[in-house]
Design a binder for this molecule. Structure first.
Ligand code: GLC
Ligand code: CA
Length: 565
């Protein structure tokens, strides 16, 4: 049994809303806060207990709200501060908590701090950001940004470079500046006092940089290289996060979730150990980086793709399931707004759409940790079917194209294929509500094209189909939420070395759950050595056990429960 002190968020199930693509109430083609309010009963019906809203603050939208120009203002297209207050109140009425997305690593270049900062070298805001001279007309270092290309942008006014780990319209803040940090804590306190229940803290592992600015060792075919060791998970990040906790969070009961893409378990233990007073949990990308093809180095790793080895995936999951035990808490997810859709990535979006979507959910969410579901996942939304560059919206897509095709000489078709499979826009297409025009997302012109498969994949249709992915999610999430054993019970793999079956048990003093999933479309079998107990749920109507062998058809998944006492 897990020995950590019980907290309300251990029982939480998070539903991620990407407001821009959720529901549009005023026909401008852009989802809005009123749209989220209108759909609260739907969200509640899923069995989730908390909503994570992607950023809703004023922004020129170079990166859909992650580039904030006023931390105290709400993005015009989304609504007003009154709408935010109404959303919080209406959510609370339904026992739904609200988590904001909070960006402290960078601002928009249109934020007043940056407008000041770039004016002159002795401007009082100069050191709110990271400025550096070039050498011999070159960038200060060869570091690569997360959207590709250099992290440095030359500013003609003062003839120095500023650093941006993301787009060039997102300059990085300088956390060495005490005044900057204090201004940031003021912002955080303001929102914490508005009644939100949690903060997801964006890109937090990057707030400290190596200010000696070493060159990165470049073994790639690209001019710049990802040099994480100089701008991710540096020891000072922990000092800053502790200070943030001290200054902003001490009094409250807020849930804090740090986005820590490249953190491993050891780092996670530091970030998420309650004793350290940093975060309550972190979101790592480690388990979702295993299908990157390392042999391809002419594009950043995330764009390439190979088949994931399930045994390696199990290694990683095992490390997290066991490593954080009694030392922190886990997050469980397949999707967020930065990744392709899981059913297209690890399932089969055509022939076994239902089976694979249900299997993937069963596999992930009954493990130890707090589930995070991305809007549309619960109906099995798939990757985009875009053919044209002009259909895409994500700034990262355009950087890739520029670096790889225009500068790097790769072929248009090859890069378009990567974009099609890997781009973040796959996760961001409008929510598919029904089979009417634009999938019921808007009566106007959607800011981003709706996936053409909305006639088949939509909430209205799945709502009345007992066997749908949607109703399966509802059942699964309610099961998880209301069962102590699925929340705190011990996790153990079974059939650990089976290359295609992902199976585990969750056990506490009273019961033992057994979860068995076929991760592939090939039929396989496992030897049944003990009675699994009562049947709880699964994605096939029957079970095939003969001569002590359980046959597993394509993407078959089952949950059993045995009462121990
Ligand atoms: C995080 C967000 C991503 C954003 C980036 C910069 O990784 O999840 O969407 O582009 O930070 O803020
Ligand atoms: Ca709107």
């Amino acid at each position: 049994m897990v020995k950590v002190e019980k907290k309300w968020w251990h029982q939480t199930i998070v539903y991620q809303v990407y407001p821009r693509s959720f529901y549009d109430t005023n026909a401008d083609g852009i989802g809005d806060l009123k749209g989220v309010i209108e759909k609260l009963d739907y969200i509640k019906s899923l069995g989730v207990t908390m909503i994570w809203l992607n950023p809703i603050f004023s922004s020129p939208n170079d990166d859909n709200g992650y580039d904030i120009s006023d931390f105290y203002g709400i993005m015009d297209e989304f609504g007003t501060i009154e709408d935010v207050e109404e959303l919080i109140a209406e959510a609370h009425k339904r026992d739904l908590k609200i988590m904001f997305d909070f960006v402290m690593n960078h601002t928009s270049d249109e934020h007043p701090w940056f407008i000041e900062s770039r004016k002159s070298k002795d401007n009082p805001y100069r050191d709110f950001y990271i400025w550096k001279e070039g050498h011999d007309g070159e960038e200060p270092t060869n570091w690569e940004g997360f959207f590709g290309g250099s992290v440095w942008e030359k500013d003609e006014g003062t003839n120095e470079y500023y650093m941006h780990l993301f787009s060039k319209k997102m300059p990085d803040l300088n956390w060495e500046s005490e005044k900057m940090r204090q201004s940031m804590y003021d912002v955080a306190r303001f929102w914490a006092n508005k009644g939100v229940d949690g903060l997801r803290i964006d890109a937090i592992i990057h707030i400290a940089k190596d200010h000696t600015f070493p060159q990165g060792i470049n073994n790639t075919d690209r001019p710049y290289v990802l040099a994480d060791q100089y701008y991710a998970n540096l020891p000072q990040v922990h000092d800053f996060v502790k200070e943030f906790h001290q200054e902003v969070l001490m009094e409250g009961n807020l849930l804090t979730v740090g986005e820590a893409s490249t953190a491993g378990v050891e780092e996670a233990i530091q970030y998420a150990n309650p004793k350290n007073k940093e975060f309550d949990m972190i979101i790592s990308f480690q388990h979702l980086s295993l299908d990157f093809d390392d042999s391809i180095t002419y594009v950043p790793p995330k764009w390439s793709q190979k088949k994931m080895d399930l045994l390696v995936f199990k290694d990683v999951m095992e490390r997290w399931q066991h490593g954080l035990k009694d030392k922190g808490w886990n997050t469980l997810y397949w999707n967020n707004h930065d990744m392709p859709r899981v059913v297209s990535r690890f399932g089969n979006e055509d022939k076994y759409h239902r089976e694979s979507a249900k299997m993937l959910a069963t596999l992930m969410y009954l493990q130890w940790g707090t589930p995070y579901i991305l809007q549309g996942e619960e109906i099995g939304m798939t990757n985009t079917d875009y053919q044209e560059m002009s259909d895409y919206r994500d700034v990262e897509v355009f950087t890739l194209y520029r670096e790889a095709v225009e500068k790097g000489g790769r072929s248009h078709d090859e890069i378009m294929d990567m974009i099609h499979r890997r781009s973040r826009d796959n996760a961001r297409t409008p929510m598919q509500w029904n089979n009417e025009k634009n999938a019921g997302f808007t009566t106007g012109n959607p800011w981003m094209k709706v996936n053409r498969n909305y006639q088949n994949i939509n909430v209205e249709k799945e709502n009345i189909d007992a066997d749908s992915i949607l109703n399966y999610y509802r059942k699964l999430l309610h099961l998880k939420r209301d069962d102590e054993c699925l929340i705190y019970g011990d996790f153990q793999f079974i059939y650990r070395n089976h290359p295609q079956v992902y199976a585990y048990t969750r056990t506490d003093a009273e019961k033992k759950y057994t979860i068995i999933c076929n991760f592939d479309e090939q039929v396989t079998e496992v030897v049944v050595e003990e009675i699994f107990g009562e049947y709880v749920m699964g994605n096939y109507v029957d079970i095939e056990i003969k001569n002590n062998k359980l046959t597993l058809r394509p993407y078959e998944a089952h949950v059993f429960c045995k009462v121990i006492k």
